[in-house]
Design a protein around this ligand. Sequence first.
Ligand SMILES: [Zn+2]
Length: 346
Amino acid sequence: MKKFYVYVILLSLSIILSFSRTSHAAGKGLTIVLDPGHGGSQSGAEAIDGRTQEKDLNLTIARYLKEDLLEYDQVQVILTRDDDRDMGLDVRSQIAEDYEADLLVSLHNNAYDGSSGYDHGCFVLTGGGTYREELSHEEQKLACCILHELSELGIEEQGILLRASETGTTYPNGKLADYYRIIKDGILNNRMQVLIEHAYVDHARDFGNYLSSDESLRALARADARGIARYYGLTRDGEEALPDLQNYEEKLVTFKEGFETETRTEVFYETRGDLSKESEREPIDAPGTDEGSETDKDSREKINTDKESSTEKDQKIDSDKGAEADSESIPFFQRFLALLKRIIHL
Ligand SMILES: [Zn+2]
């Protein structure tokens, strides 16, 4: 009989414990979805060394960032992809929906395409505030914290980039939607979704200092984690939470309206940093490639494809696929054809 009571007590205890664990996972913690940009046939921008691909850098940062974030109390982390695979933009946002995540962070690295006043440094994309203004402001506060940490590494901070639709896409309130799909979906789903461009893969100094070694990628992840922890007031190992930063408004940079030229849509926005560009674009010695100046050109071509793939432009080009066509799931060849058509002005 004694044994029976012990059994009942143990059973009750295990039920109580399993309940408390469930309730922790269900509500109290913070669920963060990390989204390594591109993957599979979408390689993203090609680095100045002619070998490194953006998709791989993004995945490495995501894995380190997951490790770092899990050190904090009550944090759950999900990766949209943990291998090299094609993945549509809608799938990425849907994963955040499925997990009822508090935050999705899309991880990217940039390349120069002539549209900005700078060709190096870091920036974060967030909502512009035309719909669910408070949500956009929270995204901007988070972006401010992340930029602060990245700039501590020495990366030039280029600000929080806001860009509105250039094709007249609107939110339910009739105001212009945000330009980038991952940002727009976040606002529509009432979820924080931001995109970090850590550094430029085709800029010698950025690549050399921040992207060319495992240690530097690890440092980027650590900076992202500290930024996220600072915004949410996360703690680890009994440490005190980092103080919040509120100076996000001074970091906001708005895209000027795009305009059509003979061959492409040009957009231009101002820099927050210095305007050093071409002088720094010295090719670095890359083992296994003797193409020299070809490297830069190749990476620029890649970039255009990369840029297109994460914007609404493809939806315009492939309008026969419907407004909701997912640019990243469109096969490379089709996108190449679309690009070619634009170039020869058909
Ligand atoms: Zn990218």
